[in-house]
Design a protein around this ligand. Sequence first.
Ligand SMILES: [Zn+2]
Length: 461
Amino acid sequence: MKKSRHKKSRLIITLLPTVIIVIIFIWFLMTIFEGEKPLAQLTPLPDYISRSITFNVMVSDLKMGLREVKVSVKQDGPAIYLLKKNFPYEGLFNKKGIHTFDEKFTLNPKQLNLVQGQANLIIEIHDFSKRRGGDGNLTILEHKMIVDTIPPSITAISRSHNINMGGSGLITYRTSTDTCESGVLINGLLFPGVPFMNNSQTGIYLCYFAFPYNFKKDTALYLLAKDRADNETKKSFLYHIRQKRFRTDKIRISGRVLDTIISSFSSDIFEPGDSNIEKYLFINRTLRERNSAILKGLCQSQTKKKLWDGPWLRMKKAATMARFADQRIYYYKNKEIDRQIHMGVDLASFARSNVQAANTGRVIFAQELGIYGQTVVIDHGQGLYTMYGHLSSIDVAVDQPVTKGDKIGITGTTGLATGDHLHFGFLVHGIPVNPVEWWDSHWIKDNIYRKLSMLDKIIEK
Ligand SMILES: [Zn+2]
């Protein structure tokens, strides 16, 4: 027994170096023939390309390291190389070689004479593994894009556009079918157009826009069209801006009025330790600004259908107490304390008068709104909205359809109002405009209906 055990251990000792050599050899083969493919990441990944784009390619191979990185763009013809990089083999098992690589490259479709249509961006990476007959592991990353360098077309259909400062306008136009966004651009403000008859296939659009009361008379107006590749066409059209002078109104605030106003707002909107003037200024400035922002946000919904019909109703037997864009200068103890612009028309009749929906639409807001108190906002479709402020009660709910003349509430003094009245506001895509135009059947006929009936004739043909 003892002898045979001795024989066995002698055999192990003799074979051990061979075993170790075999293990090392296997490890060596596994290392140089490693099968891990290089990793690649490309940013950005646009679906369309219209102009020069700078891409970033990030590649890595943590085992044998990177041998070669190639980036090309391919259409029907031969591939065009945008980036080619070969890396040297350095150190034992390329330990000192390049394992991560991060590089930017630019693709300019016009410079490369790419044709309109599909183009594939191809990234090929080889590593230093001995696999595939010594070529190494290969990773191919392919990104498909559409080359589109032709901007969309846009042409006005309507001819006369006479716009009052602080007023509204309507333009009708035709675009090429690749257009995905269009409208009127004024000083960075884009008023979106809506497809005529709810059908974008005709390429005919109409766009209600506002000329904000505080824009300079010589502010340029453009028609704008964009396609999915982000090509943009900006085109001028015929228009005439009519200068308007807005009134200035002095408002004297007594200590008693100050108390009444402040007490009608919840005390937790003020900072502790604020004086009455500070509280008043918070309401008149900060709260006013916040409320305008809420209104602007509300009046962005895209109801593509025209819900309204004919001129808007003006509250019956009501006197105009304040006009649109009146500049109000506020005085306290004969000292000017604030200046604000009135963004609607104040109408007063008997206290607690019925308030009617000025036109057909859908209620999109029916609750308290800071300085405007109990407020209703109606969406009339295609970017036109009306608001009704300072109500003592509201008779409608959000999402409720209303017909012109429907009772929606009762006038009151809620919010920042000293006497019972209705604050009536008109907004075009969230921008306040002078409601007077929309009450005027002649203005609507000349500026709106004439243009809409012209579209009907085009469609009939
Ligand atoms: Zn008002």
